[in-house]
Write a protein that binds this ligand. Structure first.
Ligand SMILES: Cc1ncc(COP(=O)(O)O)c(C=O)c1O
Length: 356
């Protein structure tokens, strides 16, 4: 089947990618039940709201979760991986689970560094990575980075409605599947692979979304993944230029971890982000992202991924700058100008735009 083959380059893998008729959370559950057994020890990093959800999933399945505390302003720490796995001489950890791009904070974890840390201490734990808000937006290499299970979803970089999710799987993960004892039926990789091999699914697939996926894959192929990544990097840089010019603070602290798909900014003290969001929605008919769980009311999120271009970003930032004024939020003017200057000064980064 065409989409089963053409989805592989999006994960930069030559191995199998399983497609579920489910939201991203379904693919998380699939990653867990296909590779692990009750009581297995797993390492999860507190990068933000979505790492918290992953922890809850793991605990509900009876896994023994070691949750490394974090401040919601940075990605997972490779040195922490090295320290914790290095001292685990008995190899009790069975998996390291990382959110590649924390959609709640705008911080992107450095997966190659995490893999290097695991290899350095020769630890056999599986590496599982959630790419729900980075797939097809931020460079991600399942094979080269030796990831064992990559979790993806349809509703962000793939430009589709929600309802499809993915597991890209390594040989090692397939091997773990043979001895994993968590109960599974709907999510079972073996059933899926058996049918996929013949071009079918073991149950009714989300056919309409698969047609959409075929189109999305053609669009990404036409633009070329490296150009897609450059486009998002350029928009993210411009969004950050706007936030800085407004005098607001980015949630992500480390420039190496800045997200190319979502930018998250703190409100000035004493000002409610949800009020700002409401003003922008009511006055300008534009919806911006809310702060999640412990960041609720404190931050707003600007999504700039998928089918997105310069003028869409300019419109989004204009709406926010107007909203900041309308809502009486203290800020400096000129965020939009700073973003436009950044975009115009960086046209050579996207030759494909100029040659069209
Ligand atoms: C990084 C990340 N992980 C997991 C999820 C959960 O995915 P879903 O809501 O599709 O089940 C999301 C949703 O936005 C996400 O951004």
């Amino acid at each position: 089947m065409e989409v089963l083959k053409n989805i592989r380059p999006i994960f930069q893998t030559t191995g199998s990618v399983i497609i579920y008729p489910a939201s991203g959370s379904g693919a998380w559950e699939a990653a867990i039940v296909n590779t692990l057994s009750p009581g297995d020890r797993v390492l999860i990093f507190e990068t933000g709201h979505f790492s918290l959800l992953w922890r809850q999933f793991a605990e509900r399945f009876g896994l023994n979760v070691e949750y490394v505390p974090g401040d919601w302003r940075s990605g997972a720490s490779a040195s922490e991986v090295e320290a914790r796995l290095g001292s685990d001489r008995e190899h009790t950890f069975k998996a390291v689970m990382v959110v590649h791009n924390e959609t709640s904070t705008g911080a992107t974890s450095q997966i190659p560094e995490i893999r290097r840390a695991m290899n350095k201490v020769h630890h056999p734990a599986l590496l599982m990575v959630d790419t729900i808000s980075s797939l097809a937006s931020i460079d991600y290499r399942h094979d080269e980075w030796e990831v064992d299970v990559t979790i993806g979803g349809s509703q962000k970089g793939l430009m589709l409605p929600p309802g499809l999710s993915f597991n890209a799987i390594s040989e090692k993960a397939l091997f773990a599947n043979q001895s994993a004892k968590l109960p599974r039926s709907y999510w079972d990789w073996r059933e899926m692979l058996k049918f996929n091999h013949l071009g079918f699914f073991p149950y009714t697939p989300a056919t309409n979304l698969l047609y959409g996926l075929r189109e999305a894959l053609l669009m990404l192929q036409e633009e070329g993944l490296p150009n897609v990544f450059r486009r998002h990097a350029r928009h993210a840089e411009a969004a950050r230029a706007a936030v800085r010019a407004w005098g607001l603070e980015l949630v992500c602290e480390n420039p190496r971890e800045y997200s190319n798909s979502v930018t998250v900014a703190f409100m000035p003290d004493g000002h409610d982000a949800d009020r700002l969001r409401n003003v922008i929605l009511e006055a300008l008919d534009m919806s911006i992202g809310a702060g999640l769980s412990k960041l609720a009311g404190k931050v707003f999120r600007i999504g700039h991924l998928g089918s997105f271009n310069d003028l869409m970003l300019a419109g989004t930032l204009s709406g926010i700058e107007m909203g900041l004024s309308l809502a009486g939020v203290p800020h400096q003017e000129g965020g939009v100008t700073a973003a436009l200057r950044c975009l115009a000064g960086n046209m050579e980064a996207v030759p494909v735009l100029l040659s069209k």
